[in-house]
Design a protein. Structure first.
Length: 575
């Protein structure tokens, strides 16, 4: 029975650690809309494509009426391609929407430029369509065949050369639409403007991202820690992320939107409006993705998110969540916050500095992300060495002292063994405390051994966050069989080594312990390496590499502690 209790206590400890792990990284909750829900914030939608009253839709004021233009349309459906050195995008003139968006410096499983726009068997609207208050009118504009105009943009003092892509359409009866994209060579940003006129009145327009957003691996294989189709927005400096299953079927809000869009683990598509107030609208559908050329057997909940761009226009960013890149090109709009380091402010700072330190080691010393992780682990272990050494030696000293007192403690407990009343139990505790004072022993001194764990736990969480969101590690090889530090070890070598070294470290910690009760407690904890080894099977190999190296260094430090404890024991025997 006693051994069962110890086993249950050990299992409870492991569960407590995992619960603490989840508590430090909670799924971010979507706050209530900043003002009013879209259903209440907007006036009633006009029927038949009629223009809303002035001031509808995020405060856009209707200009004076202008005469309708003649009918404008493309002769036939066609596609046009843009390549600016960073991405290659294909647009169709049916709705002026994107059909392909490939990031040239990021590769899929086949070594081809990575596609980030998913496809679905339902064949719903393509990304970068127009979202209006009238759903039927939105559908009509998305299906219209636009006239395409291409124009070369010369370089100027602030921008390199580029190209302007203009889509125009009109039914000749007062309804017209125009959408303009401006691309600059070597820039991730695309300037976007749009205008829809209904009988001379400007309608509020939103630019759509979606349905869904995810890196399209040709095999469909992703890390088990991969996520996609997540909504995110920055309103007044506060970033909100919402998983697809947590998002309402439809909704929205109006506020000081710095940016909003969709993301997966390493990439994001953001609309960055120039207006001080913008409306964000979303809707969700269950769709069946196409992986390669094969329809998936598992439908997904995927959102479509749109952001009002108004007369001021907006910038579009579809690219990697590289922290240094985003901090450099979008610091004024806090685009670097699109990189998720943590939901906790204090932990965010730790992860940010861990990441910047790792990047410095990679760029200036190692030039290999795996070696940089090893070096960072060594540096962190050296920084934490004093507190680790103090705590571990103090714990070992307490163990030896308690071990020496065990005969006297046993005599006191035997003396009161048959006494069940509270007064006798209190008297036994008094005698035990008097013994501790007489011998100069702090029975709680061993608790200081928890300090190394508490000190390293945020760092472990920080490494986890950093290595699971750092796009720099995506596809980064280490040695031999590990060709992607962002994915699990394909042969489970590192998880096994991590479990073995964790076991060895705990075994070393039991050295010099002769008290049967303490030995039994220590042995019960030897199952922990199996638990964590199992957890690590599907963790990113970069994180497991950190844990393995940290265990190796911990074994070395435990050996030093044991030597110090041996000297303490010898001194105590002489005394």
């Amino acid at each position: 029975m006693e051994s069962e209790k110890r086993l249950i206590a050990a299992i409870g400890l492991s569960v407590l650690i995992l619960v603490a792990f989840a508590w430090l990284n909670p799924a971010p909750k979507r706050p209530a809309p900043l003002q009013t829900p879209i259903e209440q914030a907007e006036p009633a939608r006009p029927s038949g494509g009629a223009a809303p009253e002035a001031g509808a839709g995020a405060g856009v004021e209707a200009p004076p009426t202008v005469p309708p233009v003649g009918a404008i349309a493309g002769e036939a459906e066609q596609q046009v391609e843009i390549d600016n050195g960073l991405f290659r995008a294909k647009f169709t003139n049916r709705g002026g929407r994107a059909v392909e968006y490939r990031l040239l410096h990021f590769k899929d499983d086949d070594g081809q430029p990575l596609e980030v726009l998913p496809r679905y068997t339902e064949g719903l609207a393509l990304p970068l369509g127009l979202d209006l208050d009238d759903a039927a009118l939105s559908e009509r504009l998305d299906q219209a065949v636009y006239h395409i105009e291409r124009e070369v943009l010369p370089a100027d003092q602030d921008n390199p050369s580029g190209e302007r892509l203009r889509f125009r359409w009109s039914d000749g009866q007062g309804l017209s639409a125009e959408k303009v994209f401006e691309f600059r060579t070597g820039s991730w940003f695309v300037q976007v403007s749009a205008e829809v006129l209904d009988r001379g009145r400007r309608l509020p327009v939103r630019l759509e991202i979606g349905p869904g957003f995810a890196a399209q691996e040709s095999s469909g294989a992703h890390s088990n820690y991969y996520y996609a189709h997540q909504s995110l927005w920055n309103v007044g400096g506060r970033v909100t992320r919402t998983k697809p299953r947590k998002l309402d079927a439809e909704g929205g809000f109006t506020g000081a939107v710095l940016w909003a869009g969709l993301e997966d683990q390493y990439f994001t598509a953001l609309v960055i409006p120039n207006a001080p107030q913008s409306l964000v609208h979303w809707r969700k559908a269950t769709l069946t993705p196409i992986v390669g050329d094969v329809a998936s057997q598992k439908p997904e909940d995927v959102p479509t998110l749109s952001v009002s761009i108004g007369e001021e226009g907006a910038a579009l960013f579809i690219g990697p969540k590289q922290y240094r890149l985003l901090a450099e090109i979008g610091s004024d709009r806090q685009i670097d916050k699109a990189v998720w380091f943590s939901s906790q402010g204090w932990l965010w700072a730790i992860v940010e500095h861990l990441f910047l330190g790792l990047v410095w080691l990679h760029d200036n010393v190692a030039h290999n992300w795996g070696i940089a992780i090893i070096m960072a682990t060594v540096v962190l272990r050296l920084v934490l060495f004093p507190v680790n050494q103090y705590s571990m030696v103090n714990m070992k000293r307490t163990q030896l002292q308690m071990q020496k007192l065990q005969p006297k403690i046993k005599n006191i407990r035997t003396k009161y063994k048959k006494a069940k009343d509270a007064q006798s139990r209190a008297k036994m505790n008094e005698e035990l405390m008097a013994l501790y004072r007489e011998e100069g022993v702090n029975p709680m001194g061993g608790m200081s051994g928890c300090l190394p764990i508490l000190a390293q736990f945020p760092i472990l969480i920080g490494f986890y966050n950093m290595l699971t969101v750092a796009v720099e590690l995506r596809g980064a090889p280490f040695v031999g069989w590990i060709q992607d530090l962002a994915k699990e070890d394909p042969f489970y070598v590192l998880p096994v080594l991590m479990a073995v070294t964790m076991f060895a470290q705990q075994w070393l910690a039991m050295a010099k312990i002769k008290d049967p009760q303490q030995l039994q407690q220590q042995r019960m904890m030897l199952f922990m390496p199996l638990v964590f080894g199992f957890i690590c099977l599907q963790m990113p190999s970069g994180l497991v590499l950190y844990w393995f190296v940290n265990n190796l260094l911990g074994m070395g430090q435990q050996w030093l502690v044991n030597r110090h404890a041996g000297r303490l024991e010898a001194a105590a025997q002489k005394a």
